[in-house]
Design a protein. Structure first.
Length: 523
């Protein structure tokens, strides 16, 4: 009946016949390929085995079961210590088998009890533990079958089913059903066996595990023969033939479906590759366009860069020329001031105008000398507190009534260039004395800001300098003014001195009760 159905199907569909021919040819090559692959896998598995397991196998091959058994137990302990439970259980069951070969079943059962205890004590996932317990229980069930204790074997099948459910592994659930059916048949409980078998056959057939179903049928047929039950044998064989026809048809359908799926997958792969080639072609065209655009951009960028370089060179020349001119102007003004100074010294110094001219000349020479000076300053260690007290003492007679003079400086030493620092602080203190009203306060402070940074601060409660004017006070020659009221070169000169000392002079923006100047220095 199967042959006729298959021939009828082949004659009605020549294309499918050819496909099936190619499928069988393909299977032949696949079998050949997997044969080679299995050899390689065997070698790989040997390489993955621990040294203890390999030694145990070697001792067993030499017919030394006692030594092999001991090594298997040690391999089990080693695998469990490394968290490889499945390999460990494989070794412990091999040790149990060696006990069984010597009919030492109590020792074999004790070894499996040790395995169960080790699994319970292992810090692992509950599902992994359940899978491990399943393997141990399965081996215990097999041992009960060997010693002809069918009821104990069946009881352990129930334990296996529980562990299979806990593991969440469908293959273990199917395996438990298979062994349950076999146990029922071995005990002659055909009705229960058939019930379990139908449940198992349905699941395994739908999942394509035909071999296990056929194995159960063969077991049932063998049991029927041994028991001499001709009726059961005929009934079982009839069911087996019907299932075999159905299974073969399903196998052929699966093969045709798999072949069709493969053809569809190949067509999809070809379509995908065609689409990929189209996309790559588009990408290549796009990259070519991008490369051309980049080439044009590089040419344009090179032209712009050349123009920028030429412009920069021109600007550098202009800046250098301006600097040279400024230096010449400063030197020229300093020379004129020096040449005028002897003539001014002959005039009446008691007149305010003459004194203002002399001070202006001196200030110009000082500022010019600072701007053109390149000499290296020699810093010297200075006691801060006496230094500040001495400077404050110099303005004590210049302040208004009831003005409080305060020095807040620690008793420590610091490296400074005294001529510049004295000049700056004394100028700031004189300004504070001039602009601080009666009852006001003038303070000179020193603060350490870091390992190589420190500050001198001069504060007074006099007039407040507007924020927009704070930068202008440090600029020389910013306005034409009456020299008798000051030439405006004091603070610019102090600023230049601070810069020469690798520091700076600024007005503190957060001080609002008057004015605070901050001389910051770096050692």
């Amino acid at each position: 009946m199967r042959t006729f159905a298959f021939r009828n199907m082949c004659t009605t569909d020549t294309t499918i016949k050819n496909k099936i021919f190619y499928t069988y040819m393909k299977k032949y090559f696949i079998i050949l390929f997997f044969s080679v692959l299995c050899c390689q896998c065997a070698l790989a598995q040997d390489a993955n085995k621990s040294e203890l397991q390999q030694r145990a196998e070697e001792e067993f091959s030499k017919s030394h079961p006692i030594t092999a058994r001991s090594l298997y137990v040690r391999a089990f302990e080693d695998y469990f210590a490394k968290g490889q439970m499945t390999k460990g259980i494989e070794c412990i069951t091999l040790a149990a088998d060696l006990y069984c070969k010597e009919n030492s079943y109590p020792e074999a059962f004790e070894v499996l009890n040790v395995a169960d205890k080790a699994i319970n004590e292992k810090d692992a996932d509950d599902k992994a533990k359940a899978s491990a317990h399943y393997l141990v229980s399965k081996h215990r069930m097999t041992m009960f079958t060997r010693i002809h204790r069918p009821q104990s074997a069946l009881d352990h099948v129930a334990v296996m089913e529980r562990y299979a459910q806990q593991s969440g592994d469908e293959s273990l659930v199917n395996d438990a059903l298979y062994h349950k059916a076999i146990c029922y048949y071995n005990q002659g409980q055909t009705a229960k066996g058939n019930q379990v078998f139908e449940q198992m056959a349905s699941k395994l057939t739908s999942s394509g595990e035909y071999d296990k179903v056929e194995k159960v049928y063969q077991t049932l047929i063998d049991n029927s023969r041994k028991s001499g039950n001709a009726s059961l044998l005929a009934q079982t064989y009839k069911k087996y033939v019907a299932w075999k026809d159905s299974a073969d048809a399903m196998k052929h359908a699966d093969e045709i479906g798999a072949l069709k799926k493969q053809i569809a997958d190949n067509e999809a792969a070809i379509s995908e590759k065609d689409s990929s080639l189209t996309m790559r072609s588009a990408m290549i065209v796009g990259l070519c366009v991008l490369a051309a655009a980049l080439a044009v951009a590089l040419v344009v960028g090179a032209v712009i860069l050349m123009r920028f370089i030429l412009l920069t060179r021109k600007q550098k020349k202009t800046i250098q020329l301006a600097n040279d001119n400024n230096a010449l102007k400063a030197k020229f003004i300093s020379n004129i001031s020096a040449q005028l100074d002897p003539s001014l010294q002959k005039l009446d110094k008691t007149k305010p105008e003459v004194k203002a001219l002399l001070d202006f000349s001196q200030h110009i020479q000082t500022l010019s000398a600072l701007e053109n000076s390149t000499e290296e300053l020699q810093f010297e260690e200075t006691l801060v507190h006496p230094f500040c007290e001495e400077l404050m003492e110099q303005i004590r007679g210049k302040v208004a009534n009831d003005v409080t003079l305060t020095v807040n400086a620690p008793k420590m030493s610091v490296d400074i260039y005294q001529p510049y620092v004295s000049h700056i602080l004394l100028h700031l203190l004189n300004n504070a004395a001039e602009y601080t009203p009666e009852g006001g306060t003038i303070t000179l402070e020193y603060k350490k800001r870091g390992a190589h940074s420190h500050q001198f601060l001069v504060s007074n409660t006099g007039s407040f300098i507007d924020e927009e004017k704070r930068d202008d006070v440090f600029k020389a020659f910013r306005e034409v003014r009456d020299l008798t009221k000051g030439d405006g070169l004091g603070l610019p000169t102090c600023k230049q001195m601070a810069l020469k000392m690798n520091g700076d002079l600024e007005i503190a923006p957060d001080f609002v009760k008057g004015t605070r100047f901050v001389l910051e220095l770096h050692s």
